[in-house]
Design a protein around this ligand. Sequence first.
Ligand SMILES: *[C@@H]1O[C@H](CO)[C@@H](O)[C@H](O)[C@H]1NC(C)=O
Ligand SMILES: *[C@@H]1O[C@H](CO)[C@@H](O)[C@H](O)[C@H]1NC(C)=O
Length: 589
Amino acid sequence: MLPWVDVYKHTMARVSIKSAIISLGIFSMMVTVYQWGSCDIGHRDDNFYRENVGFQPRVAQSFKENSNKNTLKYKEIECVINGEDSQKCRREAKEVYMPFSFIQKYFEVYGSIESYDGYERFEFQHSYSKVHPIPEEYSPGGIFMSFEFYNVEERNRVKCLTGQYGVPMSTQWTSSGHYYPIQIAQFGLSHYSKHLAGPKPKVQVLEDGESGDTSEWLLPDRRSQLAVKTDVDFTDNSIIEFDTSENLKNPGITISMDEKKLTTLSLDIKFISNGSLTVLLRTGDGNLFRIHYVLGDTLIYLQKRDLYYGLGSKARGKWLHITRMVMVDFQKGLALSMSKSKVAKFKRNARIAAICLRGHGLVDNVTLSSAAHLEHFFDAANYLVNQQDDQGGWPIMVQRKLVPAVLELDAGWYSAMGQGQSISLLVRAYIVSKDQKYLDAAERALDVFEIKSGDGGVLTKFAGVYDWYEEYPTTPSSYVLNGFIYSLLGLYDLKEVASGKGAAHATRLFDVGMKTLKNMLLMFDSGSGTFYDLRHLTLGGAPNRARWDYHTVHINQLNLLSLIDNDPLFTTTAKRWTDYMKGKLSPHN
Ligand SMILES: *[C@@H]1O[C@H](CO)[C@@H](O)[C@H](O)[C@H]1NC(C)=O
Ligand SMILES: *[C@@H]1O[C@H](CO)[C@@H](O)[C@H](O)[C@H]1NC(C)=O
């Protein structure tokens, strides 16, 4: 049996959802709602929701059968929908109740039985998404939008954080994986924002060579050695030299612990021979699991309870600064062989039991911490500096089919959103480090904004008048709104921080883009939601409505823009778009 919705009072065929809910709320308390425990709340993309919106949707609780059911008096009545369909409904005096499962599908709305404060209620939502509160200010060195809620590395479409660069490898659009600049920039920006928003991480130094005491380390055999050294590369800094077998079957030189909370490992290490670093985990069942960081190009490889990450074949003989979220590495490895729920359980119960070094090398600053956001942030920033191409771009090396056979991009395309978010990241790296290389890279990234999309760049013009920077530089153009606004935020960040020619260039691109945005923004307003892009205008055909999570991205972006530009267009539009999420419509004639 299902909850029903009152529609009788309305002479129109369409249900006014608001009044429907009131009846439904009362009714659901009286009626048996047994089957609702398994009811899904619509076509929600839980993953996107959690990752991009930043909080977990509440899931319907279990509930008891209501004992009042026998007091209900209703008759079955057929409901005819638009003269085409028919539903079994119920009538009680002047009220008619329709099954909510029908209402949900018909109107694309959401509802679930929730149980808290000692009783159950039916909670109805017009949308499944939520707008973040408007921050008080925006600055190029501050939190980026609401990215402190993002957990980029945990997303399913992140294969792993690579051993070589410490940045995500994406499986979006290709299962073999590619370095997707947007994902890398978002990874960096999320850790930067967490660094600013979150509590100060707890850090435990396991070894920095300064105490002179190495008794915590265990040597596997008589041949193995460990000693405190003063390295020629570093003045006033003691480091540890280790020398033992390279063989992965050998336990290595080991420092042991039982650590559940501080699971981010960070260290400086130089391998002189073909050594390796292993983190030993104790899983919930008492068994051991080993994560090996080895010299080689293996991306990620699982063999029973041994997991391998390659640090790159050129990593030998160089100082490496390695920062690993050990539990993320563990999770990504397990995900190669088991289901998501099993992985979560393994991850929950795992603890770090030991850290082992093999081969001959030098090590320093071995720490375990609750988080190392700035280090992940700089991993992303350094990747972008090192991988930027001659045109100042970060090409995306995978084919993208926006509309198969109609709007397609061959591998090697640039994205204005990728450029823009990378600029936002690099500007912040410059602000924190004062290292000019980050600002230089950000300024070089502007050049791609000057190249037309037809010529391999990102620039297009709407109706021959308005310059637009394309997230997907297709021909014909697609005009994806959120990607365009992200590109403008990058330009804003850079114009605020750069000086001289770089500032002038960023300012010009930003001003032109903002003029376009102000003139075109309302083209994306459907009267009940927003359009994701303008393909209906360029291809002719059905508009591509933004699903609620993208709609809220649009609103979050407008709220942010209202902090840097006082044109009332942004505040009034954001307000109307927020109202759409509660079912309000724009006026009609
Ligand atoms: C270095 O050791 C790893 C295992 O730790 C092995 O896979 C790789 O082939 C070795 N490389 C060389 C050049 O011997
Ligand atoms: C270890 O950290 C200290 C302090 O940040 C730094 O000066 C030193 O260079 C680091 N050691 C190595 C080998 O990078």
